[in-house]
Design a protein around this ligand. Sequence first.
Ligand SMILES: [Zn+2]
Length: 137
Amino acid sequence: MILFNLRCVSGHDFEVWFKNGAAYETRAAGAVSCPVCGSVEVTKAPMAPRIARGGRDAEPAGALPAEVAGRLRDLCRKVAETCDFVGDRFAEEARRIHYGERKPRSIYGEASQAEVAELRDEGVEFQRLPWLPPTTS
Ligand SMILES: [Zn+2]
């Protein structure tokens, strides 16, 4: 059994037990939800899983399986190709688009936990993504 620290899109941290690392990766979408807000958009919190019992099939702490990392990288590349990078002005820009002050367009950038919570409260639609820079190979 591996205890994973998970984090929902609203930033709530919680723990879930999985049989092994593969069980986490292959879990049905939506099978795990945040106990605080019920969100099913959860990601592994950026910390090493604690291994309860010396599991031989446990993945190295903190590492994403190559297949998952590859898919995530593809997604990040697609975002980078099709969206405008707005850096740390993400919250500001997303809000302007939401309230019609700017022409709708796809943007990506960075936002703090507090900004993310504010945007959610205001009903601004966005997705959080663990960012993996595209490989050069
Ligand atoms: Zn939550």
